[in-house]
Design a protein around this ligand. Structure first.
Ligand code: NAD
Length: 273
């Protein structure tokens, strides 16, 4: 169901379906998106300092009918704030903007070489001090994770990656799974491009579902957390209506087979800071 969870390596339950708010404008747009999502069963909101909408996310939470403690709230430390002291500071600034006194998950937004090890030390401290219920990474390829683990005391609970039928990175999914790192999809709808694919149109029609419902259902059946973005109420509600059908193994394989290693976002190995 919409409030179902995957268990993280520290026992925390992470709702496997959430709302992404990248490009949802601060103010009414993001406030209404968050409120509409929460009032229609979502319990997980994904923001980041760089999205410039944490204030609106906080307001949307307060205006909704759902208690803060029942919401899984995620934010991320931006590249220019990486490092030990600056991460601690960035965390406090995010809390302040969100109007809350803890996060459910705090992520390193992008790997940034050696300094990310210092960032991780700060994340570990925030976790030890119970300011955050789980800590994780985003856009970490296998070599970034292996490098981080040479100095990490805590294995990240989550890795949030670009993930959709054109970019599966199954080796990385399995590597994370073996390490106890929950895989999470960003841009699960290919930033809107998934709606143009004929194969998706055909498969969605076969199940009598929308393309969004089909591709998001594929995420969950693969054990991947997913956070589709929309600021339109009808889409927010309809995207989450994916618990009344199951994709057959044959069609799961078909969807997996569309992989062509194609990114719609930046490449973590060549990201321009
Ligand atoms: P997405 O794949 O969720 O696609 C969003 C686009 O699809 C929007 O243009 C929206 O209007 C459209 N859309 C949504 N539902 C639709 C529907 N039912 N029918 C037609 N169109 C629909 O793209 P995203 O926002 O890039 O990714 C989702 C979330 O992942 C973000 O909001 C953000 O929270 C997170 N994210 C994280 C990173 C990272 O580096 N960690 C990077 C990008 C995104």
């Amino acid at each position: 169901d919409l409030q179902g969870t995957f268990e993280l390596n520290n026992g925390v339950q992470m709702p496997y379906f959430g709302l992404g708010v990248y490009l949802s404008k601060d103010g009414n747009e993001v406030i209404n998106a968050v409120k509409d999502a929460l009032d229609h069963g979502y319990r997980h909101i994904d923001t980041a300092a760089i999205y410039n909408n944490e204030q609106g996310v906080g307001a949307g939470i307060r205006e909704s009918n759902v208690d803060r403690k029942d919401i899984f709230l995620v934010s991320k430390v931006w590249n220019t704030d990486q490092g030990y002291d600056s991460t601690l500071k960035a965390f406090e600034a995010s809390l302040e903007r969100l109007g809350t006194d803890y996060l459910d998950l705090y992520l390193i937004h992008w790997p940034k070489g050696e300094i990310s090890k210092e960032t991780w030390k700060a994340m570990e401290r925030l976790y030890a001090e119970k300011r955050v219920r789980a800590i994780g990474i985003s856009n970490f390829m296998k070599h970034h994770i292996e490098d981080l683990l040479t100095t990490a005391e805590i294995v990240p609970m989550v890795n949030q990656m670009e993930f959709h039928p054109y970019l599966v990175q199954q080796d990385l999914v399995e590597f994370c799974h073996k390490k106890g790192i929950q895989y999470e999809a960003w841009s699960p709808l290919m930033q809107g491009n998934v709606f143009d694919l004929d194969v998706m149109k055909q498969l969605a029609a076969k199940y009598g579902k929308t393309i969004a419902q089909l591709v998001l259902r594929w995420d969950l059946q693969k054990g991947v957390v997913t956070i589709p973005k929309s600021s339109k109420k009808e889409r927010i509600i309809s995207n989450a209506d994916l618990f009344d059908f199951e994709i057959s193994q044959e069609d799961m394989n078909l969807l997996d087979g569309l992989d062509r290693g194609q990114r719609f976002g930046p490449d973590p190995d060549n990201f321009d800071f």
